[in-house]
Design a protein. Structure first.
Length: 83
């Protein structure tokens, strides 16, 4: 019975972690991209600098989402409390 509760808690925790990571990355990418487009419309000559900074920012946002997914997998498959 205790093992079933731990498995259920790990599944729920992994699902919440993966879902929030996807939502957070989507919101973050949308905000960065919208600011990038606003910056281009205000200063078209700064497009290359803005583009470089946007790619770095989006990469870091996606890296955080990937780290959260890895944590979710660890909760599922490398959980020391589940026998």
């Amino acid at each position: 019975m205790e093992n079933a509760i731990m498995v259920a808690a790990a599944l729920i925790g992994a699902g919440i972690t993966a879902g929030l990571a996807a939502v957070g990355a989507g919101i973050g990418d949308g905000l960065v991209t919208s600011r990038f487009i606003e910056g281009i419309t205000r200063q078209p000559e700064a497009k290359s600098t803005l583009f470089t900074n946007t790619l770095i920012s989006v990469g870091l946002i996606e890296a955080m989402a990937i780290i959260a997914i890895v944590v979710a997998f660890i909760m599922l498959y490398a959980n020391p409390f589940i026998k």
